[in-house]
Design a binder for this molecule. Structure first.
Ligand SMILES: Cc1ncc(COP(=O)(O)O)c(C=O)c1O
Length: 295
């Protein structure tokens, strides 16, 4: 992995406990995937990282071209062609006290590792969490920050209920997203997804909207209630880590008889075809750099 200027083995990576990413969750990150030697939509992820940094006013002295090369170099050094990649930028190492001026320089970490689809490939069971998504007028939903406690508390509720994941509502009781995925519903052939009020602007969400368009389905972005999901013909989640995941059950309501619906199945197939096609992709091995297996 790469950590603050050096390539090191994962077990040798060290970060002082005074890093404000640890002390206060003061930082942002991206989760990215590489397929078959290509990083999918790397520039979109780096653009979102830049937006997240702007949102919290972290000024990293590394431009997007250098970041792109760094991601590829970490993959090359690990000889990974299929991987999940995490780019983390924290406020940096500083004295205690949450004043960002205590930190002189952001910390930058890039790591990559094999990672199967986060929620598996089978239709999943969900509950709606009683906990709400963090208020967008407190933390902008566009900021992919190191603070995931609302998602983690919702995930704990899902685990306690014996299901796979939780849906989270916003403060107006509209469906926002899952703990780390965006959500879509299909009803009478119409696909809808929540507005980006309290949901991360997912890159997989945008990809799936385009794929649905290619199939002749315009996707409606609109306010959705839990009732819209309970009565849907199909529900599915999207995310880089999870990819496209069918939902079999929400709060005990079985959807599509617990099977993957036809539109969901089409989108899963098209998504897999796209991410392995080399389109929208940065080749890992075409750019300069050495191949090493030591870190
Ligand atoms: C809260 C949240 N929503 C949605 C997503 C899906 O976003 P993407 O498709 O860009 O991975 C993620 C994953 O990053 C997430 O953490």
């Amino acid at each position: 992995m790469f950590i603050n200027g050096a390539f090191v083995k994962g077990q040798d990576a060290r970060l002082p406990i005074w890093d404000h990413g640890l002390l206060y969750g003061d930082g942002v990150f991206e989760g990215i995937r590489a397929y078959a030697g290509h990083v999918f939509k790397l520039d979109d992820h780096l653009a979102r990282l830049v937006d997240s940094m702007r949102g919290v006013d972290i000024r990293l002295d590394v431009d997007s071209v250098a970041l792109r090369e760094l991601v590829c170099e970490v993959l090359r050094r690990n000889e990974l062609r299929d991987a999940h990649i995490r780019v983390i930028v924290t406020r940096g190492i500083g004295r205690p006290g949450l004043d960002p001026r205590n930190c002189t320089q952001p910390s930058l970490i890039v790591m990559a590792y094999p990672f199967p689809p986060l929620l598996g490939r089978e239709p999943i069971r969900m509950i709606s969490a009683s906990l709400r998504r963090k208020a967008p007028y407190a933390v902008d939903a566009r900021i992919k920050s190191l603070n995931y406690l609302d998602s983690i508390l919702a995930k704990l509720q899902a685990i306690a209920a014996g299901v796979d994941d939780a849906l989270m509502l916003d403060l107006d009781s509209r469906v926002a997203e899952a703990t780390g995925e965006n959500v879509f519903v299909v009803k009478n052939g119409v696909i809808s997804t929540p507005l980006l009020v309290a949901a991360l602007p997912g890159i997989t969400r945008a990809t799936v909207i385009d794929l649905a368009g290619d199939l002749g389905h315009a996707v409606q972005e609109r306010a959705l209630t839990l009732g819209d999901l309970y009565t849907a013909d199909e529900v599915f989640l999207t995310g880089t880590a999870a990819e496209v995941v069918p939902v079999a059950e929400i709060d005990g309501r079985v959807i599509q008889g617990g099977e993957t619906g036809p539109i969901t199945a089409e989108l899963i197939a098209d998504y897999q075809a796209l991410v392995t096609s080399g389109q929208f992709a940065t080749p890992i091995f075409a750019s300069r750099g050495r191949n090493r297996d030591d870190d």
